[in-house]
Design a protein around this ligand. Structure first.
Ligand code: PRP
Ligand code: URA
Length: 212
């Protein structure tokens, strides 16, 4: 069994069940989109597990009491365009007040290197807990580039949430950004010669948006 650093594998039965349907070549665009959103919400539960809490006073219909709320600045969700967009609504169901920034990256089909085409982050990024969203962590090039951009802008507290990863992608993030915790539903076997995760689920962007 290979050991990875900073990896949280979310093995909850609901997550594993939905992931299997997502992988299926016969799952159509509508269901694929719904499943990505549902998986993001379910996994978001674990990703937000350690958010700091503070006590506030609240008045119930019975009496005044002290109860907990999440403290500090709100979350920053950063989907990597375009497939990461499919994960935003699931997380926003969980944390409706989170701010959303965007990193536009696509993989050059020949070199597999990430190419940036858009970047816009929420203010006060240094004070926020950042969750990067992308269904696929393949070579890791896109995730590493997104983390680089965020750190250049001052982000310090970054988590990466993907549905599926290849061992190569996990190793790349571990090596370049050992401070970043990774949340995954599964680590698959390998990458193929085109940089696709095997067995994977195919091209996440194309399956989400019905392109190709
Ligand atoms: C996919 C995926 C990741 C990237 C992963 O995006 O959503 O962003 O590939 O591959 P990597 O780990 O090797 O960088 P893609 O480039 O296909 O763009 P899209 O989301 O616009 O479809
Ligand atoms: N991007 C995808 O969408 N799928 C893969 O398997 C690898 C990268």
């Amino acid at each position: 069994m290979v050991k990875y650093k900073n990896v949280n594998l979310i093995d909850h039965p609901m997550v594993q069940h939905k992931l299997t349907i997502l992988r299926d070549i016969n799952t159509g665009v509508k269901e694929f989109r719904e499943l990505v959103e549902e998986l993001s919400l379910l996994m978001g539960y674990e990703v937000t597990r350690n958010l700091p809490l503070e006590n506030i006073e609240v008045e119930t219909p019975i009496c005044k009491t002290t109860s907990k709320i999440i403290s500090g600045k709100k979350l920053g969700l950063i989907p990597i365009l375009r497939a990461g967009l499919g994960m935003v609504d699931g997380l926003l169901k969980l944390v409706p007040t989170a701010k959303v920034g965007h990193v536009g990256l696509y993989r050059d089909p020949v070199t597999l290197n990430p190419v940036e085409y858009y970047c816009k982050f929420p203010p006060n990024i240094a004070d926020r807990e950042i969750i990067i969203l992308d269904p696929m962590l393949a070579t890791g090039g896109s995730a590493v580039a997104a983390i680089d951009f965020l750190k250049e802008k001052g982000a310090k507290n970054i988590k990466l949430m993907c549905l599926l990863a290849a061992p190569e992608g996990v190793k790349a993030v571990n090596t370049k950004h050992p401070d970043v915790e990774i949340f995954l539903a599964a680590i698959d076997e390998k990458l193929n010669e085109h940089g696709y995760i095997v067995p994977g689920l195919g091209d996440a962007g194309d399956r989400l948006y019905g392109t190709k």
